[in-house]
Design a binder for this molecule. Structure first.
Ligand code: ADP
Length: 679
């Protein structure tokens, strides 16, 4: 076994790999970009090497920088995690050449699974069922269309080099074929530089069920059962579980055997996943149709659910196999116990097409006391940047039964506290809440079919406003500057509002909450910590103690009723103090106009609208001279396969708009200015 391993990745997966490496007594080396200086994965490692600027193409994807870091630190092995260089055959080869163990399969095995058509040919030869279709060399429209007729509509056109749903078109009838093929080829050419396509039967009501496989360098291969990953948005998984609900043992055996045959066919060593599409139009049985889709030659994001039902550590298996050891267990010795479920918590706006969100994660904690495993690479206070995947954490639970796992997961999400960013927390809780999901009635169309119910936001929690006023008054007392000669403890000094023989004096508190500006008169804390304030002509009393600190669980009496929330404070220059109160998986924000508040700056904001990342402008909805409102959508850009709406940072008049549709813009470049109307 090598004694030092470099992890060529970041975020949760880098941290997760380091945990196992360390438990096995290995030293760990992190690599990090400018954007990840002081990140969790960088701080967790024994050594850390800087490998370049924030953009992945200039850091985490630069093979030479990673290899140099390994040489410089004397690391004997490189774990690529998932994404980045994990399925890059040239990188695996470069590691081999440099005498550094690549923790993954051989370059040859990676390459053989790299193209969908070649992979299908290999699988067919190994006796693995593939989706009926055409994946030959001829690419003329006539041949492909004849193939589609033979298979029978509906069919899917797929780019052989495709990934992330690109170059994929669903065709319902012959009349739509030619246009769909032309556009799939166009997209494939521009995204992958390869416009070859294959034709597949479109499986209606499909379930995505994949098999975890493992091979070693001694010719052994086993499977570690299945994972059901049918819950997807934008062809990306959000909820995964193992075993697949309703799995028939005979079908499991057939799929497992097929996956092992697939691994053996390419002499596979290491962790891999064979993805199948399964006919979900009826219950799973020994005769249910299942078809090979693709093989991922790496550790998968959702591997923890397999670890939970088998009690194995898949990263440990990977390290042992890479060090030429045989597989730790034989097929018949691999346990399958209970049920595990994982959700991926993302910084994204589910209601706006799952648009990634960026910014500061002011507060973040997922409770683990119910038994959840939390795989994360960020902490409260960290930034979710535009440069990488916006996943915040994976929350994984297990139970004796699916119901037990589901209930633990629901409770865990309800007690999760996140402030500062929009996340899919409510969306995930809504998924777990639907009857259809609870009854395991789903296919890959589940999220689209239930979208309206799933993106419903929680009602605003009005009970938290009194708590905000209470917390603010305590916060003020704590942070009041103490000047010389000012006896802090004396009620005659400062602004406690204390008046001899009079009820406590009230003063005004101004804050923004849910798009409204509030002006409330409120008293200062009493000896018992209580305050009073006036809202809509009624005096309310809130009783509590020293509740000024972030992370404190605030429990207060609001006119006799008990209300609870977790507090997070965030000070923003010129924008006053922001208070976040988190309860039941929701979060209410209050922005106080205090001494840190600068009315003009807060209203004006920065006048420059800059591109948040490199990308291409695909729509311009404004022109120079237009008068716009704050947050009015002005441009749409495409970057990292997603569309981003750029909004007016402030109200005013547009000038210096100097981009047009089709333009490429650099990260941080100014696309327009907003001036005051009278400028
Ligand atoms: P990509 O590599 O672009 O992600 P995949 O081939 O992995 O494309 O397919 C992505 C998703 O598309 C699958 O998880 C499944 O939901 C759906 N899909 C793929 N092939 C078929 C098919 N033949 N019939 C129905 N749905 C399919």
């Amino acid at each position: 076994m090598f004694d030092k391993v470099l992890i060529a990745n970041r975020g949760e997966i880098a941290c997760r790999i380091m945990r196992t490496a360390r438990a096995m007594g290995l030293k760990t080396v992190a690599v990090y970009s400018d954007a990840d200086d002081s990140s969790m994965h960088m701080q967790m490692a024994d050594e850390a090497v800087h490998i370049g600027p924030a953009a992945a193409s200039e850091s985490y994807l630069v093979a030479d920088n990673i290899l140099n870091a390994a040489r410089q630190t004397g690391a004997g092995a490189i774990h690529p995690g998932y994404g980045f260089l994990s399925e890059n055959a040239a990188f695996a080869k470069a590691c081999e050449n440099a005498g550094i163990a690549f923790i993954g399969p051989s370059a040859k095995a990676i390459a053989s699974m790299g193209l969908k058509d070649e992979a299908k040919v290999i699988m067919e030869a190994a006796g693995v069922p593939v989706v009926p279709g055409y994946h030959g060399a001829a690419q003329d429209e006539k041949t492909l269309m004849a193939a589609a007729e033979d298979i029978g509509y509906p069919i899917l056109i797929k780019a052989v080099a495709g990934g992330g749903g690109k170059g994929m078109r669903l065709v319902g009838k012959a009349g739509e074929f030619a246009d769909a093929l032309a556009s799939a080829k166009r997209e494939a050419k521009s995204a992958f530089g390869n416009d070859h396509c294959l034709i597949e039967k479109f499986i209606t009501k499909p379930r995505h069920i994949e098999i975890q496989v493992f091979g070693d360098k001694h010719g052994n291969a086993v499977h570690l059962y299945e994972r059901d990953c049918s819950l997807q948005r934008r062809h990306q998984k959000v909820v995964e579980e193992a075993p697949a609900p309703g799995m028939d043992p005979a079908l499991r055996q057939k799929m497992g055997d097929a996956a092992v045959a697939a691994a053996k066919a390419i002499g596979y060593a290491g962790a891999g996943t064979v993805e199948f599409i399964v006919d979900g139009s009826g219950p799973l049985s020994a005769d249910t149709g299942f078809y090979f889709m693709e093989m991922n030659t790496r550790l998968q994001v959702e591997h923890p659910v397999t670890e939970m039902i088998t009690g194995q550590d898949l990263v440990e298996w990977q390290l042992r196999v890479a060090a030429d050891e045989p597989l730790p267990l034989a097929q018949e010795d691999i346990p399958l116990e209970g049920h595990a479920m994982e959700v991926r918590l993302y910084a994204e706006d589910a209601a706006k097409g799952f648009m990634p969100q960026t910014g500061k994660l002011v507060h973040f904690d997922v409770p683990d006391y119910l038994g959840a495993r939390i795989d994360t690479g960020v902490r409260g206070g960290d930034e979710i940047s535009i440069h990488y995947d916006p996943m915040i954490a994976k929350v994984i639970v297990s139970g004796q039964t699916r119901d037990e796992a589901l209930s633990t997961l629901s409770s865990t999400l309800r007690e999760t506290n996140i402030a500062g960013l929009k996340t899919n927390l409510t969306f995930l809780a809504n998924v777990l809440d639907t009857d259809a999901f609870q009854n395991a009635q789903f296919d890959t169309g589940f999220i689209d079919a239930h979208l309206d119910a799933l993106i419903a936001e929680d009602e605003h929690n009005d009970q938290l406003l009194p708590l905000a006023v209470l917390a603010y008054r305590h916060h003020e007392v704590m942070h009041r500057p103490v000047s010389p000669g000012n006896d802090y403890a004396s009620p005659f000094d400062g602004e406690s509002g204390w008046q001899l023989n009079l009820p406590p004096m009230m003063s005004e508190i101004i804050f923004d909450h849910n798009g409204e500006e509030y002006h409330l008169r409120a008293s200062y804390p009493d000896d018992d910590g209580s305050i009073s304030f006036v809202q809509n002509g009624t005096v309310q009393t809130v009783t509590g103690a020293d509740y000024a600190h972030s992370g404190v669980r605030l429990r207060a009496n609001v006119d006799g009723e008990q209300v609870q929330a977790t507090i997070a404070w965030s000070m923003e220059e010129n924008h006053g103090s922001s208070l976040y109160l988190m309860a039941n998986g929701g979060c209410e924000a209050f922005h106080f106009h205090d001494e840190h508040w600068n009315e003009a700056d807060a209203a004006a904001g920065p006048g420059t609208l800059a591109a948040p990342m490199p990308g291409k402008i695909i729509d311009v909805m404004a022109k120079n001279g237009d008068v716009v409102e704050q947050d009015q959508p002005l441009l749409i850009m495409e970057a990292m396969k997603m569309e981003y709406t750029l909004k007016a940072p402030r109200a005013g008049i547009i000038k210096d708009l100097n981009v047009a549709v089709g333009d490429q813009v650099a990260d941080g470049s100014a696309v327009l200015e907003i001036a005051d109307q009278d400028d």
